[in-house]
Design a protein around this ligand. Structure first.
Ligand code: SF4
Length: 595
C-alpha cells in the first residue's frame, strides 16, 4: 500500500503499448509484486496491462523492462495531492488542484504543454465535469462543490452546475478556423457580435481592412486577431484566451493585451494561457504555475502575484509549495555589452534591395562576428523573412549578386516535413556533428525522446525543436533561424534559447534569429537588427546594433518601455502611461540600462 503521505502514479500510454505483440508482457513477468504472487500488473479487457497503484511498490522495474517505454511510475510525496481533481481513467493522466478564477482580474496559466492546462480550462468552462478519480459514478458537480467547500471555487461550481456562467473561448489552433467556417470575416464576426462593438474592436485590433476578405484568404496573424475579436465580442462571464500571441508581432500582442484587459469588470473573469513571458507578465494580475510530468500528471500551484509567479517559475522552485520542479534556474543576469571589439567579423554583407509585388525593402550593409547571436526584431510584413531568405540564397537580391563562401543553415518560418522519414534518420546523416548533438543539443532539447517518430507525425513543438537541433548541428558558419519559438511551450522556449546560445559560443559560429518573443530575444541576442517601415508596403533594416541601442530603437518604434525585474533580472514591459513609462520615455531610455 502507498504510504498515506505519498501517492503512487502509474500511467500507461495505451497508444504506444503493443499488447504483448513481441514483448511477451515483460512488464507483468518482471514485476516483483507479481512474482511474489500478487496481482499488481494484470491484463485488462483490451489485452493491455492494468497496474494496481495500491499494490505497486514504485520500483520502476516494469518501466525499464518495457521495450516501447509505455509505462511511467511516479512517487509523489505530498498529502495535498492524494486526490486528483480529474483523472481520465485507470492508469491515465490526472490533474491535481485547479486555478482560481478571480473577478475583475486576468489569471495567467504558466507551464509546459501536456501537464493539464487544457484540462483545467475545460473543467472551468463546464466542458468537463471533474470526477475526482471516480470513473464509475454519474457526472455531477456535487463532488466539486463539496471538495472545494469554503473556498472560492465552491461558489464557482455552484454557478456552473446551475448553468449561470457564460463562457467565451479563443481556441489555440486558429489555423483550423477556415476548416470550420467558410465565408467572409465580417459574417463570422457579426455572428459573434452580441455586444454590437464590431467596428470598434476590429479597429483596435487592426483588422478592419480585412472584414470583407474570405476567411480562407487571411494570414495567420489576421486569423489570430479575428479569433480574439470573436471571443471579445461575445457577452460572457468568463473569457478564455488560449495562446493569443501566436503569429502576432510585438505591437499586435500588446494591442491584443489591452483589449483583453478592457473585458474586465466586477463580474468578469479572464483566464489566459500564454508562453510569451513578457506578454503574460504585462497582461496578467495573477499566475498559477502548472508543473508535473508530461502526459502523466499535472499540478496547478496556488495563486500567485504575477511578479512572484513568473520569478518562481524561472527559479524552478515554488516556496509556498516547497517544490522544486526544475533543476536549473533560468537567469536573466545583467549582460555585459557584447565585446564586439574583441570579436572577429567573419561575414560582411552589402546593402540589399528586393521588390516583391507591391512590397519593397532595403537593408543596410553590415557584418556578423564570430560566436554571436544576432536578433532580428520588427513588425509583421516588414521584410524580416525576405532578408533571411536573401542571406540563405532562397531568393536573389535585385541590386547585387550575393556570393557567400560560407556554409549556411536555414530553418524557415513554416516547416514542411518530408513524409515517412524518422527523426533518427535525419540525425544519422553524415552532415551532423555528432559530438555537438550528443553533448549540447540533445542534452538540452531531448530530441532522442522522439527518435522513433516520423517527421510528418511530430507535434508542432517537436517538429520545431527537431528542425532547430538539425540546423544547429550542421556545422554551418551562419545559422538562420526564422521564428524558432513558434509552437513551443515556455519551458522548451527557454531551453531552445539556452541551446542556441551555448552552440554559438562553443563553436564560434553565428546565429541570426528572427522572433517576436521579446524576452527570448533579450535572453539570446548579442546584437540586434531592427526593421521598420510600413507593413506590406516598404521595409528598411538597420545594421547590426549593440543590444541597448537596438532595443531602444525598436521599443521607441513600438512606443513601449521596459524595466528590469529587481530580483530575477528579466525584462518587464512598463504599463502604458505608468510613472516609470513616462519617466523612461522622457529621457529616451525605452530599454533598461545594461551594466
Ligand atoms: Fe510492479 Fe510497480 Fe515495480 Fe512496475 S513499478 S514492476 S508495477 S511494483
Amino acid at each position: 500500500m502507498a504510504k498515506k503521505d505519498s501517492v503512487r502514479i502509474a500511467v500507461i500510454d495505451k497508444e504506444k503499448c503493443i499488447n504483448g505483440d513481441g514483448c511477451a508482457f515483460l512488464c507483468s513477468n518482471a514485476c516483483p509484486v507479481n512474482r511474489a504472487g500478487k496481482e499488481c500488473i494484470v491484463l485488462g479487457s483490451d489485452n493491455k496491462p492494468v497496474i494496481s497503484e495500491d499494490l505497486c511498490i514504485g520500483c520502476s522495474i516494469c518501466c525499464k523492462r518495457c521495450i516501447v517505454q509505455c509505462i511511467s511510475i511516479i512517487n509523489l510525496v505530498s498529502e495535498k495531492h492524494s486526490v486528483p481533481v480529474h483523472q481520465y481513467g485507470k492508469n491515465a493522466f490526472r490533474l491535481f488542484n485547479l486555478p482560481v478564477p478571480k473577478p475583475n482580474s486576468v489569471v495567467g496559466l504558466l507551464g509546459r504543454n501536456g501537464i493539464g492546462k487544457t484540462t483545467a480550462l475545460r473543467i472551468l468552462a463546464g466542458q468537463l465535469v471533474p470526477n475526482f478519480a471516480d470513473f464509475d459514478s454519474r457526472e455531477s458537480y456535487e463532488k466539486a462543490i463539496s471538495f472545494f467547500r469554503g473556498k472560492e471555487l465552491q461558489g464557482f461550481f455552484e454557478k456552473l452546475s446551475k448553468k449561470q456562467i457564460r463562457l467565451s473561448y479563443k481556441p489555440q489552433k486558429v489555423d483550423e478556423i477556415p476548416e470550420i467556417f467558410k465565408g467572409k470575416v465580417r459574417a463570422l464576426l457579426e455572428k459573434a457580435d452580441e455586444k454590437k462593438q464590431l467596428p470598434q474592436i476590429a479597429a483596435e485590433l487592426g483588422i478592419d481592412s480585412v472584414l470583407d476578405n474570405e476567411i480562407s484568404k487571411v494570414s495567420g496573424g489576421e486569423l489570430q486577431r479575428i479569433a480574439i475579436a470573436a471571443c471579445a465580442l461575445k457577452k460572457a462571464d468568463i473569457y478564455y484566451f488560449d495562446e493569443p500571441s501566436s503569429y502576432l508581432d510585438v505591437s499586435q500582442r500588446l494591442k491584443a493585451a489591452e483589449l483583453i484587459r478592457q473585458l474586465l469588470d466586477e463580474k468578469t473573469f479572464v483566464i489566459v494561457v500564454e508562453h510569451d513571458l513578457a506578454l503574460l507578465d504585462y497582461l496578467s494580475d495573477y499566475i498559477h504555475i502548472f508543473y508535473g510530468n508530461k502526459s502523466v500528471y499535472g499540478i496547478a500551484s496556488g495563486i500567485k502575484s504575477v511578479r512572484n509567479g513568473i520569478n518562481e517559475f524561472l527559479e524552478g522552485f515554488l516556496p509556498e509549495e516547497n517544490t522544486r520542479f526544475r533543476e536549473k534556474e533560468l537567469s536573466f543576469g545583467v549582460k555585459p555589452p557584447a565585446l564586439s571589439e574583441k570579436r572577429k567579423a567573419i561575414i560582411e554583407y552589402p546593402a540589399l534591395e528586393k521588390k516583391l509585388g507591391n512590397f519593397s525593402m532595403q537593408t543596410s550593409a553590415g557584418n556578423f562576428m564570430e560566436g554571436e547571436v544576432i536578433g532580428v526584431l520588427g513588425p509583421n510584413a516588414i521584410g524580416k523573412t525576405t532578408f533571411v531568405k536573401l542571406l540563405a540564397s532562397e531568393i536573389k537580391p535585385d541590386n547585387i549578386q550575393l556570393n557567400f563562401k560560407l556554409k549556411i543553415a536555414y530553418k524557415p518560418q513554416y516547416l514542411k516535413p518530408p513524409e515517412k522519414i524518422l527523426v533518427q534518420q535525419l540525425f544519422s546523416s553524415r552532415e551532423i556533428n555528432q559530438q555537438l548533438f550528443e553533448t549540447e543539443v540533445d542534452r538540452k532539447l531531448g530530441i532522442k525522446n522522439f527518435f522513433e517518430h516520423r517527421l510528418d507525425e511530430l507535434s508542432g513543438g517537436e517538429l520545431q525543436k527537431t528542425s532547430i537541433a538539425y540546423n544547429l548541428c550542421l556545422g554551418a558558419d551562419l545559422i538562420l533561424l526564422d521564428e524558432p519559438s513558434a509552437f513551443i511551450d515556455i519551458e522548451d522556449r527557454l531551453r531552445v534559447a539556452d541551446c542556441i546560445k551555448s552552440v554559438v559560443s562553443t563553436t564560434k559560429k553565428i546565429a541570426l534569429v528572427v522572433d517576436h518573443d521579446i524576452l527570448f530575444q533579450d535572453y539570446i541576442s548579442d546584437r540586434l537588427i531592427v526593421f521598420s517601415g510600413e507593413p506590406a508596403k516598404k521595409g528598411f533594416s538597420s545594421q547590426p546594433m549593440p543590444m541597448h541601442e537596438g532595443m531602444n530603437l525598436f521599443l521607441k518604434e513600438m512606443n513601449v518601455s521596459m524595466r528590469r525585474d529587481a530580483s530575477s533580472g528579466r525584462p518587464r514591459i512598463n504599463k502604458l502611461d505608468s510613472v516609470l513609462d513616462k519617466e523612461q520615455k522622457q529621457i529616451g531610455e525605452y530599454y533598461y540600462k545594461i551594466g
